[in-house]
Structure formats: C-alpha cells, structure tokens
Write a protein that binds this ligand. Structure first.
Ligand code: GLA
Length: 725
C-alpha cells in the first residue's frame, strides 16, 4: 500500500542542468520542490495532492518559488533560517544543492556552501497514514576549525494568498491553550517561548494558517505547523505585501549560539506540517492520526479510567485514605489509581511544597509499608497503580541538594532564584550524571514495584537561573539546547527499558504539551484548572493539534477548587468524556444519587471509549463564538458509529439553543440516535429515531438545552445505507 501512496523516485536523482521537481506526497497532499544542482532549493507548491505531470501547472500559474532553507549573508533581505559564523569569521553562508535522494518515505536534499566545507541536509518525511510531512535539517561542520551556529531553524513553509488568517495558542497556569485568530498583515509575527523548561505554558509552538479568510472548522484550505521541541522556540510568519507569507520555525535564536567543532553535526528538531481543504478540523484530524500512528507513545492502545489523589487529599496521602479512594474508584468502575505528590521524603518530608523533591524514598510516617503496600492494595481490588514524580527538580531543602549543590541549573557566582515553595530548583540535565540520576528514579521505582503501571511525570519550574556548572565557559550558550537533549536522552533510555509503562506528561498542568515530548509519553495533563466551563475552552484549543486520547480530563469536586464554580455532575462528566476520562476527587464526597450517576457515566464511557480515543474529532460550535454554547463530535474511521456532545454554559432569557449540525458522517447512511443520561426536563423528539447522515449534517437537529450548565451526549449508530440519488 505504502508504495502507492508515497512517490518513490530513483534512489539518487542525478542532477543536471534541467529543473528537477521533487514530490513529497501524503495520501491527500503534495509538497513540490525545485531541486537543481548548483542552485538554492525552492519550495514551489504545497497543497492538495497533484500528479507529477501537473508540475507545469504550478509554474504556469507562478509557483511559490521560496528558498527552502534561506541562509544569512547573500541576498538575504527576508527572514533567514540559518546564520553561521564560519571558522574564519565570515558571517555569510551561500548554500546550493549538491544532491537529492528519495528512499521510501524520506527525501533528503543535500546542500553545501559554495566556498566552505559547510553542509546542510534538508529532510522531508511523509506519513502514509495521515497528511503530515515532517521536516528537519542536519547541519555539519566540515571546516577545519569550530564554527558557531547563531540561528538554526528546522524548516520553512511559504504560501501566497491575500486574506490569510493565523490561529495561535497562548495562556498561563490554569488557562492554557487560549486561542487567538487574526488576519495576517504586513510585517513579522513572532511566537516565541523563553521559559527554558515549561515551554507550552504561555505561547505554544503550533500555528494554523487559514488561506480562505476567517478560519472555519470544516471548510477552507488550512496549513498547520507544529515544532516538535520541548525547549525554547521561535515561530516567525513574515508577511510581505498582502499575500506573500513565509513561516520559519525552530529553536529560539536568543542566547542559544551553538558551537560545532570540526566534523560535528547538529540535527534540528522536527517541524511537522499538514495541509487540509477541510478547514482547521481537517488539519487537527491529520495531526491526531499522525499522533496515533507515529508520534504519540503507544498511540493505538486505549487509555484507562483513573482516579488521581491530588484534588482529593493533596499532600495528605496515607495508606488508609488511599485505600478509601481505591474502594471508591472500584465502586465507580474505574481501572487505575494514581497517588500524586506527597508520598516521599525521609530527612525532609514532603508535607508541603517547600521540600524533598529529589529524595525519592517513601515517607514511612505516611506510608509505613512503602509503595509496595499501595500497589498490593490496588491490585487486591483489581485496580492498576500509578505514582507521581517530578524527576527534573529538587528543593534547596532536600538531601539531594545537600549532596549535589552543583547539579542545579545556576551560575555558581549568583545567588539562587527559587521557584515553587520558595525553594524549588531545576536540575541541570546537560550533565550526564544528572541524566543518570533521572533515569535511576524510574528504574528504582520499577525495580521495587515490578507491576507499577503508570507514572505521572511532573515539572513545575522555569529556568530561572541561567548557567551550568557542567558546561564549560565557552559552551554556556548551549544550556537551553543541551538541557533538552539531555532530557530526551534520559527519556529514550527510560522508554528502552520500560516500553509498556504508561507515562503522563504534566508540567503545572499543560506547561509542556508539545509534539517533541509525546514520543515518550502516552498522555498529558491538560490543565490544573478542572473547572468544566473553563475546560471547554482549554480543551477546545488543545484539541487543535493534540489527540483526545492523550488529553487527560478529570471530573473534580463541586464547588471547583480553582474557580469555586458549582457545576452539576452530569456536565462535569460530559466535558471530561471528550478525552481520556478520569476523576480527581474523593469518591466518598459524592452523595448516593451522584454516585449512581457516576457509575453509569463510567460504564457509558467504557462503551464509547474506542470512538473517542481512536475516532476522528469534528469540532462543531466553538465556545469562542461567544454564544454560550459549544459542540463537537467523534466519528469512527469507518463512520459506523459516532458520539455527539453539546453544552450550554451561559444562561439568560432569550438565549435560544442553536440547531445542531453534525459533521463527518456518511451522508448516504442512516443513523439511529440515543441520548445518554439526559436530565433535561423536555423530552427529546429525536430519541430512538433514525436520520440520514446528510440530514444530520445539513439540516441538523433541534435539541434544546435549558438552564445553565446543560449538556447532551447523543450516540449514533449506523443502520441502513440509502443512496439518496
Ligand atoms: C502540579 C500538577 C498537579 C499536581 C501538583 C502536585 O501542579 O500540575 O496536577 O500534581 O503539581 O504538587
């Protein structure tokens, strides 16, 4: 199959004077480049799939003709991807094509400086199961002495269209992935993150560009781009005039000059690109499929329903209270119990957030029989067990810091600036000994608890003290990069040793949600804000690039601990069910009626879990439309089943429910509709009835939501196929 979808060229194209058009194809898209020996490689086309014989159409209509990897120093009036100080001090670079290979799904365009032994290979990798193309570069110093990379972006994409819009995401603690949509106007738009560690907490490394005006969910041409890098990054969109836009994305070029000795090379992070003519939703679905098939750890496996102890008891964990929560979870039908922060520390006990990070030994005052007794208690109840750690961090009040003060990120001449609890510090992962320590935390936990199923890997601080005791004076500017290469090295070793461990990525909530991390993680904590109303917005933004199966969404107590808002249990479940469902409360706080409802909701989620976690997401009505409503649905790949969700989170007289239009269904099939757990006083006219997919998408249904925090979940099952024409 693969060979039908990916155009495989001769192993090495022999390049002569004539133009060579190189096609990088996914099932529905094509990236076309002109690759001519002795010239700069040019991106000519990116869009719906075209055939090689259509190349002339691209040129006849005027192609994009954009330098695929613009270097600084010659004719570089526009933004550049690369800037190098060569061994002799020359700051200019002039790259031309020396070769091109296409092997399987990978295309490599080789470039060399016209005068220097300086080389760049541009890689493009096309995925055959989704419409994602990944690009990166390998930069090599063949000069005799060290050179300095000042700017080394991962890749470039260009488009020409007046009236294009940008969608990007930003936030802060408790309000991650806020969405902004704005027209692209002349000038330079920069999206940058300097946090050093939690680089998704504020601005995020993913953007969409809508070519056909204001972004639409299910129509119009859209390009999506995601930089796969956990460290500081910079995304630039340069707009010349009204219609020429160039996107450049890569590691941030501030305080990150990187020296390459003779013979050394540097591989830039991957930039993932997707094009769709089915609106933003089409790009999202491409990224979700890519996640499930390629980029997310264990992306084909269904995720378990868990209870996390954090909002239930915070740091007051002990054997008894954990067993009570396990009993409650079992009673509700859950599958996995996770003990959060507070279980560790000997000399310094983790009774609050000022101490003990780094001392990963059980606090035997809280848990006299250690973690094995908790694992046993879970297993006795037929539950799996998971545990919280924050491996990259320490507190100044810890045995670890006392033993290794030089292991923290800091310059030894400076007084330490501390984070959470007034004592938190970041460990210096550029140091291989620190990498070993971090790997050892997981190894030791698994050694002591061979059936340990799940780890929540947290990370709650920014890089506040710039400097490394490990890196030499001339390499201090490598820290922002080497920290993350060190992290990646540790994660690779952990994954090689523990491929089946489920690991959640957490960083004060969603502070590290990035495709560069997800090859090592099964899921991520979307936000510390579990308020169902705010979650509608946070989850809406997050789902633009990240698959619902990886989005940890927990039902928590009411009033909500972050906002104080009171929201009915049904609404809280309905919001949490659109991702990986979990709970974060003391089940014993539920009254009998709520407990009964929660049992039903958990059982229902088990039924729809494959549709949510492995199906396609169609966002329908955006909460950002300021209408007080929101809806989305999930459809299996074969379109035989679907689940539709709608929510009302405002309430005033005259606020009328919209007509709900569905998407993604087979227009020629009929679907039977059944609603789950309706508490609405008005009965639904659609209950148990069948409709054609076309009718549900075009005409839609009227399903009134009355009162505030009303919601509906409607399950669709395909019946007969009727040809309407
Ligand atoms: C972070 C996480 C929370 C919780 C606490 C524990 O804030 O995001 O979910 O684990 O740390 O200290």
């Amino acid at each position: 199959m693969k060979h039908l979808l990916i155009s495989i060229f001769a192993l090495t194209l022999s390049l002569g004077a004539s133009a060579k058009d190189v096609f990088v194809n996914t099932p529905k898209t094509t990236l076309m480049l002109a690759v001519n020996e002795g010239q700069t490689p040019r991106i000519q086309y990116y869009g719906s799939r075209i055939k090689p014989e259509q190349a002339h159409e691209v040129y006849d209509a005027r192609g994009l003709n954009c330098d695929a990897y613009p270097a600084f120093g010659r004719d570089s009036f526009d933004e550049t991807a690369l800037s190098v100080t060569h061994a002799d001090g020359n700051m200019s670079t002039e790259l031309v094509v020396t070769g091109c290979q296409q092997k399987g799904d990978e295309t490599i365009i080789s470039l060399k400086d016209k005068k220097y032994d300086f080389f760049v290979d541009i890689y493009y990798k096309a995925n055959d199961k989704s419409d994602v193309i990944v690009t990166w570069t390998v930069i090599r110093n063949g000069e005799k002495k060290p050179i300095k990379l000042e700017q080394y972006a991962s890749g470039v994409m260009s488009l020409r269209q007046e009236g294009a819009w940008l969608t990007h995401f930003h936030g802060s603690w408790g309000q991650e992935a806020g969405m902004t949509e704005e027209p692209l106007t002349a000038g330079l738009k920069t999206i940058v993150n300097h946090d050093g560690v939690r680089t998704a907490m504020d601005d995020r490394a993913e953007v969409m560009i809508s070519l056909d005006g204001k972004p639409q969910e299910n129509s119009g041409r859209v390009i999506g781009a995601a930089l796969c890098w956990t460290g500081n990054y910079k995304l630039r969109i340069e707009t010349r005039g009204k219609n020429r836009h160039t996107l450049l994305a890569g590691i941030d070029d501030l305080h990150t000059a990187y020296t390459l000795k003779s013979g050394e090379s540097f591989t830039t992070p991957e930039l993932a690109l997707a094009f769709s003519d089915e609106g933003k939703g089409g790009v999202s679905r491409a990224f979700h499929r890519w996640g499930r098939n390629v980029q997310l750890h264990n992306g084909q496996a269904l995720r378990e329903i868990l209870l996390n102890s954090w909002e239930g008891v915070y740091m007051d964990v002990n054997q008894e209270v954990c067993e009570q929560m396990m009993d409650g979870l079992k009673d509700l039908g859950g599958e996995l119990f996770v003990v959060d922060d507070g279980w560790f520390g000997k000399k310094y006990r983790r009774t609050n957030d000022t101490k003990a990070l780094g001392d990963w030994v059980t606090d035997t005052e809280k848990l006299p029989n250690g973690i094995p007794a908790l694992v046993k208690a879970a297993e006795d109840r037929g539950l799996k067990f998971g545990i919280w750690i924050e491996p990259e961090m320490t507190n100044s009040e810890s045995e670890l810091f006392e033993a290794h003060p030089d292991w923290v990120v800091a310059h030894p001449t400076r007084e330490l600036s501390k984070g959470r609890g007034g004592t938190q510090l970041v460990l210096d992962l550029s140091n291989p000994k620190v990498q070993d320590f971090v790997v050892g935390i997981v190894d030791n936990l698994v050694k002591e608890n061979p059936t340990l199923h799940y780890i929540k890997w947290d990370c709650n601080m920014s890089m506040q003290n710039f400097g490394s005791s490990y890196l030499t004076a001339d390499k201090q500017s490598h820290l922002f990069v080497d920290y993350h290469l060190g992290l990646r090295n540790a994660l690779e070793r952990i994954r090689a040793a523990h491929p089946d461990l489920v690991i959640q990525l957490c960083s004060s909530g969603g502070g590290r949600v990035n495709w560069g991390a997800l090859p090592y993680f099964d899921e991520f904590w979307v936000s510390d804000d579990t308020d169902a109303q705010q979650r509608l917005f946070i989850q809406w933004g997050t789902s633009h690039f990240f698959p619902p199966m990886a989005m940890a969404q927990h039902v928590s107590a009411s009033p909500n601990h972050q906002t104080g808002r009171v929201i009915p249990l049904k609404f809280r479940f309905d919001v949490a069910m659109t991702g990986r469902l979990g709970m974060e409360m003391k089940p014993s706080d539920l009254n009998d009626q709520e407990r009964e409802y929660a049992q039903k909701a958990v059982a229902f989620y088990k039924e729809i879990r494959p549709i949510i976690q492995l199906g396609d997401l169609y966002r329908l009505l955006s909460p950002y439309d300021n209408k007080g409503f929101c809806s989305e649905m999930f459809v299996t790949e074969d379109k035989s089943e679907a689940v539709f969700f709608c929510y009302k989170f405002e309430n005033y007289i005259g606020l009328e429910s919209p007509r709900w239009h569905m998407a993604g269904l087979d227009p020629d099939a009929t679907y039977q509709l059944t609603e789950f757990g309706s508490t609405d006083r008005r009965s639904s006219s659609f209950e148990g009835k069948t409709f054609s997919g076309k009718f549900l998408m075009e005409t839609g249904i009227d399903a009134t939501l009355s009162g505030q925090f009303a919601s509906r979940v409607i399950r669709l099952k395909k019946g007969r196929v009727i040809r309407l024409k």
